[in-house]
Design a protein around this ligand. Structure first.
Ligand code: FES
Length: 268
């Protein structure tokens, strides 16, 4: 495991980026220097919320990192109201991030809702490594998309959007776009799928990856308590080489898992 840093981060910016979502930039030099795509940071959101909340890194800018926050409870509501100059205790980087080896030559990123956040950092790393990259982004409607697709287009990532209702892209689940892509684009050596989003979306991505014999990494968005491997609140069932199953901790064994190691039927 790489080094974990306990820092007091200063809020550098905090802006609404979509309905129910904000993007917070925190100055924390040690964590920013060590953060890898797919890893996360635990943030003490202030007030009476003693538990730190986990947020994936969505971008590193100099000595700061950014997180995309979906506002769903007291902690995230407080974070969404943090002001410039506020100090927040942060711990990270935590968890196992995406595996980016030189063998990845072509990448398809599939993101749903708040799961789009970590794909932004991943996409930038892939482009820096000269990996031809496509992004498929899904959300409820255009107003809830937490990332402007133009930002990915501008750095050379071909990007498509799917919405469940309204306009702004394909109407339907983002996995429709993946299915179309895999049917259209013949498999090439070194292609890798990377996905982050809700369980149902990841399960479908894993199914398509298996059908098309594609390697696929998924970032599990599990409920987390400690974020450090102590409480087991993030347990998820994975397969063992002998076909049996065992529980692993999303916070320390993941949150990145290979799609074919997760038991997607464990929650039926
Ligand atoms: Fe406590 Fe994973 S969040 S063990």
């Amino acid at each position: 495991m790489s080094d974990i840093f306990d820092e007091t981060a200063t809020v550098e910016s905090n802006e609404a980026v979509a309905v129910g979502h904000c993007r917070v930039r925190l100055h924390a030099p040690w964590i920013a220097a060590a953060a890898q795509p797919g890893q996360f940071v635990n943030v003490q959101c202030g007030g009476r919320t003693l538990l730190r909340r986990p947020f994936s890194f969505s971008r590193v800018v100099g000595e700061s990192f950014e997180i995309v926050v979906r506002i769903i409870g007291e902690g995230t509501r407080r974070l969404s109201k943090a002001k410039l100059g506020d100090d927040l205790p942060v711990l990270g980087p935590l968890g196992r991030g995406f595996e980016l080896t030189g063998q990845v030559k072509r990448a398809v990123m599939i993101g749903g809702g708040c799961g789009i956040g970590p794909l932004e950092m991943l996409g930038r790393a892939l482009i820096e490594n000269d990996v031809e990259t496509t992004a498929l982004l899904g959300c409820q409607n255009q107003d809830t998309l937490p990332l402007n697709p133009d930002e990915l287009q501008q750095i050379g990532i071909e990007t498509s959007v799917a919405v469940m209702t309204g306009k702004g892209g394909h109407v339907g689940p983002v996995t429709d776009l993946l299915e179309e892509y895999l049917d259209r684009a013949a498999s090439v050596e070194g292609r890798m799928l990377f996905a982050c989003g809700p369980w149902g979306m990841l399960r479908k991505v894993a199914e398509l990856a298996e059908q098309h014999e594609e390697r696929c990494q998924v970032l599990l968005e599990e409920m987390m308590g400690c974020g450090m491997g102590a409480c087991m609140s993030c347990a998820c069932e994975v397969f063992l080489p002998d076909g049996g199953t065992t529980n692993k901790k999303a916070c320390t064994d993941g949150p990145m898992f290979w799609a074919d190691e997760v038991n997607w039927n464990a929650r039926d």
